[in-house]
Design a binder for this molecule. Sequence first.
Ligand SMILES: [Fe+2]
Ligand SMILES: [Fe+2]
Length: 215
Amino acid sequence: MFLTTDERQQISRLFAFLLEGEKLAFDCASKQASLFSDMASRKFLLNQARQEKFHYRVFQSGVGILTPRGISNIPGLKQVRQYRCLLEESLDRGDRQESLLGMQIMLEGLGDVAVNHISAGFEYRNVGAMCRRVRHLILGQEDAHHSFGLARFDALLENQPIPDRLQQRSQDYLELLESLVYSLSDLFHYFDENSADYLNEFQAGLPDWISVQHT
Ligand SMILES: [Fe+2]
Ligand SMILES: [Fe+2]
């Protein structure tokens, strides 16, 4: 595998951005574990936190190998910080439903799309064939986190309509995620990807009640 200095910088910027998402997912799942009283959910969330820490370390190692002198100009940090604020507010209120919405359903829904594209891009360029197993492992784990969020959210609803506060909140999360994806436009362009395609794919995978709200 040969990468030019520029390719190393750009992949490293992407990894450094993903790292922030993994850190947020770790913090969130760790706190969520204490909000759920049933053993199965607690166990899943503690396991998720452990997996997010592993993902964090994978991307951290990638950044260290690709750019040993460090990296600047990491995209999306402002949006990740804002997203973290919203999510932490819900965790501080002990709002299990909103935390599942913000993390497992929405952020990890987008993460799923992103990791799938990145993995496909790596296959296409024949970059990092050695770490194929790790990529597939992460993909499978992220899929499971997203599915858990959808199932647990529905179970908490108990067939009631979606509360207004969650309807409104979903739009706040959606807006931030859109802004996040567009802040990565130069990276997308570099890797021949398209921000709008990501968003369309992400929105198509969301529960209908979120898409319907979006204009
Ligand atoms: Fe993760
Ligand atoms: Fe995850």
